[in-house]
Design a protein around this ligand. Structure first.
Ligand code: ADP
Ligand code: MG
Ligand code: ZN
Length: 473
């Protein structure tokens, strides 16, 4: 491979605290009424003073510990100065000189090969408000102003767009497991900027790094990187270059576009925030955090492969959500794990995707799924019937046995099996069949009687009549 792509990510994740970072306003940027969760502090009134929300710090610390960062014993806040209408203070409170965590790492598996992506830093900062452009006016909503964020900056350790997507997924899963961020790229609670450059390994020449801002889905990360990689290769092939700049992904035309260049190079004049004291963290707190971490997605994957003999891909799909992974293990205590896995990865996941809901929003339980799998095993319901029963178990409060009985899901009522029976009967009594076809309609009851015999009365007569009718027609 002559051209080597180099990718580094900058990820912003909103922390799921009750209140904002430096005031007691509710942390709910999805609030429908604009400028509802605001106060003099988060709207930057002169004379107000910020107070650090302890939970912001603890959640960020948890994330930093989970990402194996070295935690700075003294961590402090700084001002990043710039003017923008959604930021009324004229600066953003962030951590620049002494971030919370540095030099961590995340492991990803590209085609089963382990790859370590280093985390350069993890720091706390505040979100800005939102501008809403309408016709010839711009409105500003400060509900998001002061919402706590962590920014995670990786080293440029990724070489393929797939790896960038994997890393982003892994980070999202980790933050979700930690209950630190809900990780929804689509609604902005997690946002990703990608940095990319391409090196010509033959000449040693590299393109300048460009940064693509605010990608709001995994697919857009993939597409933007793919597009930009090709663009950089062309630059190198044609001996051209482009200065370091910031771009945006145009979702409609599927191209990256240079953002309007600022009049002057950004000069943030970082300096220590005088209104917030530095935070000292003791060893004990860090150790406690480490001990209290839940089993993280990659650890789960390895345990699942070892313990349940799953394939890597199965374990990965299962571990995407902690809910699903826990549900799997609990159900496996009462039913065969390979069957449980199959039902979860195939039918339950499909149901969740189609309805765009989490497992907790359904009515399924470990007992219900375990019970259903047992019913299949003892031959009381067929696989096909079980799929329909599962839909009922997911969406209603009905009991498994009630569904089986009331909706006639007992194996004997399975239309596939009944169709098989009628074929056997016709094959055995072909003369009668031909006679019926030639007009001897009274033979209808002959076939119904044979079916009754074969199903030993365990099948509803109207179902038998329907099947015989359809077949003889
Ligand atoms: P800035 O502060 O201007 O954004 P940084 O040096 O902090 O610049 O890097 C920001 C991001 O760019 C990091 O995620 C890093 O991994 C990535 N990066 C650095 N060098 C390169 C490069 N040559 N190619 C691609 N990405 C890079
Ligand atoms: Mg940057
Ligand atoms: Zn406020």
């Amino acid at each position: 491979m002559r051209y080597k792509t180099i990718i580094g990510l900058e990820i912003h994740a909103q922390l799921q605290t009750e209140s904002k970072a430096f005031c007691s306003c509710r942390n709910d940027s999805g609030e429908s009424e604009p400028n509802y969760n605001v106060c003099p502090i988060c709207t930057g009134h002169p004379g107000t003073l910020p107070v650090l929300n302890k939970n912001v710090f603890m959640m960020a610390l948890k994330a930093a510990v989970a990402l194996k960062c070295k935690i700075n014993r003294l961590s402090s806040f700084d001002r990043k100065n710039y003017f923008y209408p959604d930021m009324p203070k004229g600066y953003q409170i962030t951590q620049y000189f002494h971030p919370l965590g540095e030099n961590g790492y995340v492991e990803i598996y590209n085609k089963k090969r382990k790859k370590v992506v280093k985390i350069r830093r993890l720091h706390i900062e505040e979100d800005s408000g939102k501008l809403i452009h309408e016709m010839d006016k711009t409105l500003v909503d400060f509900n998001r102003s002061g919402v706590p964020l962590i920014e995670i900056v990786t080293e440029p350790d990724m070489n393929y767009s797939d790896e960038a997507v994997m890393l982003l997924e892994e980070l999202r899963n980790i933050l979700r497991y930690l209950k630190v961020c809900d990780g929804q790229l689509e609604n902005g609670s997690m946002r990703c900027d990608v940095n990319i450059s391409v090196k010509d390994t033959k000449t040693g020449k590299s393109t300048n790094r460009i940064e693509i801002k605010n990608l709001n889905s995994f697919r857009n990360v993939q597409r933007a990187l793919h597009y930009e990689t090709n663009f950089h290769k062309e630059l190198l092939q044609n001996g051209l270059s482009e200065p370091h700049c910031t771009k945006a992904w145009d979702e409609k035309d599927k191209v990256t576009r240079k953002m309007r260049l600022k009049e002057t190079e950004a000069d943030y004049r970082y300096f220590p925030e005088p209104d917030l004291p530095a935070v000292r963290i003791d060893e004990e707190t860090i150790h406690r955090m480490q001990k209290e971490l839940p089993e993280l997605p990659s650890e789960k994957i390895h345990r699942f492969i070892e313990h349940y003999h799953m394939r890597y891909e199965e374990a990965r799909l299962l571990s995407v959500s902690e809910d699903l992974a826990i549900f799997f293990e609990k159900t496996s205590e009462i039913a065969e794990s390979s069957e449980v896995l199959k039902w979860i990865l195939r039918d339950i996941k499909r149901y969740l995707n189609e309805n765009n809901i989490a497992l907790s929003a359904t009515k399924i339980s470990t007992e219900k799924l375990g019970g259903l799998i047992k019913q299949i095993k003892i031959g009381r319901v067929s696989n096909n019937a079980a799929k329909e029963i599962l839909l009922q178990l997911m969406s209603t409060d009905r009991k498994l046995e009630d569904i089986i009985q009331e909706d006639d899901f007992l194996q004997q009522n399975d239309p596939d099996i009944l169709s098989g029976y009628i074929e056997d009967i016709i094959a055995e009594h072909y003369e009668q069949y031909e006679a019926y076809q030639l007009g001897k309609k009274e033979l209808f009851n002959f076939f119904v009687g044979k079916m009754m015999g074969l199903t030993k009365g365990r099948t509803r007569p109207d179902l038998i009549i329907k099947i015989v009718k359809n077949r003889l027609r």
